[in-house]
Design a protein around this ligand. Structure first.
Ligand code: AMP
Length: 333
């Protein structure tokens, strides 16, 4: 029996951080045996922020090496670079004809981006969900392991797929669904600045590629408060964030130990941060070593990219042929 198809990707706009790892890449690895997986590097998407050619190239190489170092296996999953599959740009053009200005303007991610980069509110930002829909449905993906931040964009992809099927009266595309493990929400990794979420642009992230010295420095500088004053007191967000990070990278015993100290008002945040930094280092150090090794092996990287591009193009061109036929592009001459 065919395995269900899964697709997901990350933009090559910097190093992968713990949020990307625990919120996305670790799930990719957990899926690669049981699903027909397509994991890509979203370099076309990253053009909305106008990277220099040099930054784009090094970003793509970095994410490719990081995917592999984390354990995505190119023999099991299709790992590819988005721009190696030009068919997606063609499907994006077709889908744009049935994507409406009002619905695109209303998406939260567009409004967020427009606020963050007011001098560069380009059409690519507006039609980001259309390109994302093309990425997904060109491989007829049934599942997309998405973070909470991408839920609305996936909803748009579902809408565009249904609209296309309805318009041409043919079930060309399966309707993609979000994939979560055990029905639980995707994990959200907090930042080190006492607020919300770890993110590249927020400057509150620890990268997988980060060296131990820098990890210690960043963790020791993390925001806390002046300490609990009452037994079993509720933790403020900044302190809870440290506990959440510990929950992710430390042993249950370590977490329980610091939790108990907090509840007894005996916690010393300095000690907790030292432990957290060491646990993050133990987690990331082997990955970092592999990233360094793989980055040095251009031949291997080129081989993986070529294998992925071939597999992804085969799947994409199959769908595109079908799409063009139902649209009515027939050879007349
Ligand atoms: P980004 O680097 O923001 O493009 O993130 C790529 C993907 O990584 C997102 O769609 C999420 O699935 C995941 N991700 C990023 N940051 C976090 C975070 N702090 N917690 C959990 N998942 C995250």
């Amino acid at each position: 029996m065919n395995k269900p198809t899964v697709l997901s990707g990350i933009r090559p706009t910097g190093y992968l951080h713990l949020g990307n790892y625990f919120g996305a890449v670790r799930n990719f690895i957990r899926m690669q045996d049981d699903f027909d997986c397509f994991f890509f590097i979203a370099d076309i998407h990253s053009l909305t922020t106008h990277p220099t050619p040099g930054d784009l190239q090094s970003g793509v190489k970095q994410v490719l090496a990081e995917y592999l170092a984390c354990g995505i296996d190119p023999e099991k999953a299709t790992i590819f670079i988005q721009s190696d599959v030009p068919e997606v740009a063609e499907l994006y053009t077709f889908l744009n004809m049935n994507a409406y200005l009002g619905e695109l303007e209303r998406t939260t991610s567009f409004k967020d981006k427009a606020r963050k980069q007011p001098d560069n509110v380009n059409a690519g930002l507006l039609t980001y969900p259309v390109l994302m829909a093309a990425d997904i449905i060109i491989h007829k993906a049934q599942f997309v392991p998405v973070g909470k931040d991408q839920e609305q964009n996936l909803e748009m992809a579902r809408k565009f797929a249904k609209r296309f099927n309805r318009m041409y009266k043919k079930e060309v595309f399966p309707i993609p669904r979000p994939y979560t493990f055990d029905g639980k929400d995707m994990i959200k990794v907090p930042g080190l600045d006492g607020s919300g979420k770890m993110g590249k642009s927020e400057g509150n992230a620890i990268n997988l590629y980060e060296d131990p010295k820098s990890i210690r420095k960043k963790v020791m500088r993390a925001v806390t408060d002046s300490g609990p004053t009452e037994m079993n007191q509720e933790k403020p967000e900044s302190v809870q964030n440290l506990f959440t990070l510990m929950e992710i990278v430390s042993t249950p015993d370590t977490l329980a130990h610091f939790d108990e100290l907090y509840n007894k008002c005996e916690i010393r945040y300095g000690d907790m941060k030292k432990q957290l930094a060491e646990d993050i280092i133990s987690y990331t150090a082997p990955i970092r070593e592999r990233i360094i090794e793989i980055l040095d092996d251009n031949e291997y990287l080129a081989k993986v990219a070529k294998l992925g591009a071939d597999k992804a193009r085969e799947s994409a061109s199959r769908t595109l042929r079908e799409v063009k036929e139902v649209i009515g592009f027939k050879r007349l001459f």
